[in-house]
Every structure is written in C-alpha cells, then in structure tokens.
Design a protein around this ligand. Structure first.
Ligand code: SF4
Length: 266
C-alpha cells in the first residue's frame, strides 16, 4: 500500500533523526480516537515489528468529556490489532467543563497533562507519543511568530519536568491529508472531538491561509519544516546568536535539495 509506505517512511525518518525511540522503551501512545492518533498508533505498531531496536507499544485515552460519540467501540477494534488500550475518564476535566465552560486550551492541556502522566506511570511507560502532525508544527510556528513574538514551533522530543518521561511527536513529517486518507482507507471508527475551541479564530485563519497558499505551492508545509531544521541565526535579531564584533568565520549557506519524501534536506 503506497500511502502506508509513505507514512511509515516519514515516521521512521522522524523517529531515527530525533532518536525518539531507544532499546527497551515502553511507548504509550496518546490515542484520541481521531485520524492523527490512529495513524500514529498504526505506524508505531508496524514499525515495532521491523525496527532495529526492541520496544513495546501500548495506547491510552484520556476522556475529558469532549467526545461527541462514545470512544468505547475502539476497544474491540484495538484488541483485534493486538494493542493494549487503557481508557480513563478524567473527572477533574469533566468538572471543569461544567464549572468553567469558557476555560481555554491552556487549562484544558494542563488537566490533560496531569492525567496523561498518571496513566503513563500506571502503564509502566517511559515514553509518551503524541499525534501532532506536520500541520500542527507549521501552524504553531506561524502562530508563535505572529501572535506571541517567539520563533518556535513544537518540540519533536522533550522531557517531562521531572524527566521521568520522554515526550515524542513522531508524525512531525506527516501531513493531515495523509492521516485523513489513511484512516479513511482503513475504515477506522474515528471519534470526533466536540471541543468548540478547536476552531478558534487564529487557528482557523492560519489553516485557511495554508489552504489558499497550498493551491499554488503544494510543498509549502514541507518547506516550512525544512526551514525549522535549517536556522540562520545571523539573519535574525536575537542578540544571543549575533556576532556583532565580527569574530566568527563566515559560514556558507547549505544547499537545499529535495529528497523523495518531498522534504528539503540541508
Ligand atoms: S482544543 Fe479543546 S480539547 Fe483541545 S486543548 Fe483546547 S480546549 Fe482542550
């Protein structure tokens, strides 16, 4: 299946390049029932069988009271695939919806993070995998640059505060048109999230802008991802990285070439 090959190649590239998964890891995949986390889970289960390192994969879902339809039908579906799945209703999040219906993404994420760490600990996992896609990385880059005055996107790999979990985002090279097609092809019982914040104004504007520009420049997101891995700090304005005294040697800009995945390698 060409689509699956393409996804596995991109996930494999991200996992290897950023050393996301290592020998003996137990990876807990955050499974939201959407197309992205479905793709992530399938990809990791498939890569696990052929990877040069041994690791195990399990899945978990935090129910924050925002699913539009019950997520439980996934139980049999995942069981058939041999995936160990834990579903936990997070009561503090459910209470938050009633007590503070206007809570923003920051509060919601904080509640979710606490629940995620507790479940991962119960599952004996040392790695937690999230389903953020290339679209999320690109949107975060623009959102931060335009609305928070910071040039940053999302971390491909980072650690929890106490460093008890490695947090990874293996879908960073996979765009949502691919996850949509993959979940559709597999007939996965995708569960929609009813969160009204999901289509917040800024996010929707950035998505619309991408949609418009991509009609003419289809490789836009892959170019942006390449840019995130190819910084030229001397052409930015952060004094921490500038050589105002002219002491550093001039560096040639690396040439960019397209590889088969459509991404530009420096
Ligand atoms: S979009 Fe909704 S579910 Fe997602 S973090 Fe924001 S409030 Fe929570």
């Amino acid at each position: 299946m060409e689509l699956e090959k393409q996804i596995l190649r991109r996930v494999g590239e991200a996992v290897a390049r950023f050393k996301m998964i290592r020998e003996g890891d137990r990876v807990a995949v955050g499974f939201s029932g959407g197309k992205d986390s479905y793709t992530l889970l399938e990809a990791l289960v498939k890569l696990q069988r052929r990877a040069p390192v041994k690791f195990s994969v399990c899945a978990f879902t935090v129910d924050q009271g925002k699913f539009l339809t019950p997520i439980d039908p996934f139980r049999d579906w995942l069981k058939e695939r041999g995936v160990e799945w834990t579903l936990k209703v997070d009561n503090p999040s459910v209470r938050l919806i009633t007590e503070q219906p206007e809570h923003g993404c920051d509060t919601c994420s904080r509640f979710r993070r606490r629940a995620v760490y507790a479940i991962a600990r119960e599952l004996g996992a040392n790695v937690i995998a999230f389903g953020h896609t290339a679209d999320d990385f690109c949107e975060a880059l623009l959102r931060n640059a335009m609305f928070t005055g910071r040039l940053s996107a999302l971390p491909a790999v980072t650690y929890s505060k106490k460093r008890d979990f490695r947090l990874i985002r293996p879908l960073l090279y996979v765009t949502e048109d691919l996850t949509r097609a993959y979940a559709g092809e597999a007939g996965a019982p995708v569960i929609p999230c009813g969160c009204s914040m999901k289509t917040g104004t800024v996010r929707r504007s950035i998505r619309d802008m991408f949609g418009e520009l991509e009609k003419e420049f289809p490789a836009l997101k892959s170019t942006l991802l390449s840019a995130m891995g190819n910084l030229n700090p001397s052409r930015l304005l952060d004094l921490r990285y500038l050589d105002l005294e002219g002491e550093a040697e001039e560096e040639e800009s690396p040439l960019a070439v397209l590889n088969d995945g459509g991404f530009i390698e420096p």
